[in-house]
Every structure is written in C-alpha cells, then in structure tokens.
Ligand binder design. Structure first.
Ligand code: ACO
Length: 334
C-alpha cells in the first residue's frame, strides 16, 4: 500500500452498558431453555438489558463521553459523528444528530450507518477516509444498540442471543505507520433474509397485524448465519492482511464480533491465533450487534491489554449480509 500523508487512528475509546443483568437462569423462567444449552452452544452467560425509558442514544452518549475524555477531546473539536446502529431511537431524526445535540458538538456533521454487526468497522473505515484526506480533523464513531426492544421473548432461537450496550472511539491523526493500516468491507444482499426485522420500514410498515404476527421483531435463520460467519470472519481479516503483505502471525490481538463463542473460536483457528490473544466478552454481554467490537476494544484498552505498536485485527459480520475487518497499529501510549 502507498504511504499515506495523514494516518488516521484511535485517539480514545469508551463504553457503556445498562445496569440490568439478565442471566441464563433468568431466561429459563421465560422460555424453554437452559443455562447449559446457552453456555455450550453460544458461550453466553448473561446480557445487559436497557431500561424501558433508556434509548440507544442514552447508551451512546455515555460511551461517547468516556471516549472523548480518554482522547482529551472536547465536543467542539469533533467534525463528524457516525452512529452505527440497527436500533436507532427513531427512523428520523438520526441517532447521530441526537448525540450531536446532546454533546454540544456544534461543528459536527452527523449520520447513522446501517451495516448491522459490521457497523463499527464500517464506521471506523468511513471516518478514517475523511481524516486521511485532511477534510476533517476528528471524528466520533459509535456502535450502539438496544436490541432487547426487538427481541421476541417467545422465540428461544433468538431471545437468548442478544443484549444492549454502546462503545465509541474518537478518530484523528496519529503518527506515521500507526492507526488504520488496511480494511476490507463487503456485502452479500442475497443473504439478506437470514437476519431481518420484516415489518420495520416502507416494505411492510408496522401495523396491528404485523405486531400480532411478531413481524416487528428479529427473525433469524441461525444455521445459515453460522455457516456464513465461520467462513467470513477469518477470510475478511486475511484480505485486509493481503493488502499489507502482512502475515497473519503479525496480529497481536483479534477483536471479533461477539455472536457465538464457537464462531469466534473458528475464526481464531483460521488465523492461527491462541484464544488468549482474542478479546472475548460474549459471556458477559451476548451479541450487541454494532456495539460488540467497540465495547470489546474499549474494555481491553481500559484494562491496558494493548501496547503501543500492537497490531489489532477487528472482524465483524452481520445482517445485510455484511462483513468488515480493519487492521490497526495501536498508537496510544501505555
Ligand atoms: N435453548 C434450548 N434449545 C434450543 C435453543 C435454546 N435457546 N435454541 C434452539 N434450541 C434447539 C433447537 O430448537 C434445536 O432443537 P431440535 O433439534 O429439536 O430442532 C436444537 O436446539 C439445535 O438447534 P440449532 O439451530 O441446530 O442450534 P445451533 O447449535 O446451530 O445453535 C445458534 C443455534 C446459537 C443460533 C447458532 O446457529 C448461531 O449462533 N448462529 C449465528 C447467529 C449469529 O451469528 N447472528 C449474528 C447476526 S445478528 C445481527 O446482525 C443483528
């Protein structure tokens, strides 16, 4: 890859999780399931659930404030806000505009990005393009979800999988050779039916009938998604590495989307990575779609697991179908 004039990287990270914990034992009282099945088949032990009056923007703002503090950046310095989410507060206005107002980010352009669980890696890549061209100096990228509001609590195939949370990162210029080194974004709309909320937009507006049939909630063909995910998680990282002519052995940390521990283990195997180099928090939070990767990143950063110069691979996949990976050289001092 040709050298860049401006290198875009992560200046600070933050995350927020709602207080309420829903354990597998709690779920046993709601649907016909067991802690043993959920733990063995998914790796999830518990997940966080937003309060009734807590919206995606409420989680996002807390994560954003922590990221800004970590990056020693004021809201007025932010040129761009991207919120990756599939559970925006409303269709309009965008959640990004709500965050812009609540933060007082008076100079920021703002938009939501719809790429489901791959959304944060998509958003990071988009923001980096603005920084690298010099068009913007600082961007705030957030992945935030309140998936609990779209769960069918009678469907054991899906209700045990999801949780709520938000993660954020401030993106700006970093030293030469650091920051976002390469990325791979992709989509396969032919697989779109595998994960969908059928009645949620112009194709089938929400109606009494659609609500009665639970069509306003998440529908998923878990087996199809599983097959897709185990292939794409490793392959997208390999494509990002190929652009750098970098062998997979150079990766210090894999920060994967947290949908199923078996998918994560399979991606790690394909990349020949030991599990202690894979950031895993699925046992605590479940699948929070676009929020998974930035929360895992921010938690690991807060725990000082990353060191300056470490090569970090982000890898996500999700509804769309979409996938995305980013190779980052960590630029923050220990
Ligand atoms: N508790 C107990 N039994 C269950 C449960 C449950 N919660 N859920 C399903 N089962 C049963 C099934 O009914 C089935 O029973 P049967 O054999 O009598 O029909 C059996 O368990 C096996 O079901 P499978 O679907 O084969 O289970 P599998 O091992 O494939 O695990 C799972 C299912 C966890 C959903 C898995 O397929 C998976 O993780 N898929 C990927 C999901 C994903 O990654 N989604 C990400 C996208 S999300 C987004 O973008 C928002």
């Amino acid at each position: 890859m040709t050298a860049k004039k401006i290198n875009a990287g992560i200046l600070g990270t933050g995350y927020y999780l709602p207080e309420k914990i829903l354990s597998n034992n709690d779920l046993e009282t709601i649907v016909d399931t067991s802690d043993e099945w959920i733990t063995e088949r998914t790796g999830i032990k518990e997940r966080r659930i937003a309060a009734d009056d807590e919206a995606t923007s409420d989680l996002a703002i807390r994560a954003a404030e922590m990221a800004l503090k970590d990056a020693k950046t004021s809201p007025e310095e932010i040129d761009l806000i991207i919120v990756a989410t599939l559970t925006s507060d409303r269709i309009i206005p965008s959640t990004a505009c709500m965050i812009q107002n609540r933060l007082g980010a008076s100079r920021a352009a703002a938009f939501d990005l719809s790429a489901a669980c791959a959304g944060f890696a998509y958003g990071l890549t988009v923001a980096a393009q603005f920084i690298e061209t010099g068009a913007y100096k600082k961007a705030l990228v957030i992945g935030a979800e309140t998936l609990s509001k779209y769960i069918n609590w009678e469907d054991r195939n899906t209700c045990v999988l999801f949780g709520d949370g938000a993660g954020a990162a401030v993106i700006g210029q970093v030293e030469d050779g650091f920051g976002l080194l390469s990325f791979d974004l992709g989509s396969d709309g032919a697989g779109g039916d595998a994960i969908q909320i059928p009645s949620s937009g112009s194709l089938m507006p929400v109606s009494k009938e659609s609500i009665d049939q639970r069509l306003n909630l998440i529908h998923m063909n878990g087996k199809d998604v599983f097959k897709f995910a185990v292939k794409v998680m490793g392959n997208t990282v390999k494509r990002s590495l190929e652009k750098l002519d970098m062998p997979k052995e150079k990766i210090d940390w894999l920060v994967p989307h947290q949908a199923n521990i078996r998918i994560i283990q399979s991606a790690a195997r394909r990349l020949a990575m030991p599990m202690d180099k894979v950031v895993v928090n699925i046992q605590k939070y479940g699948n929070m779609s676009a929020a998974c990767i930035p929360i895992a990143l921010a938690e690991a950063a807060a725990e000082k697991r990353f060191h300056k110069g470490d090569i970090i691979a982000l890898s996500g996949f999700g509804a769309g179908l979409t996938w995305a990976s980013c190779i980052i050289r960590w630029s923050k001092e220990d």
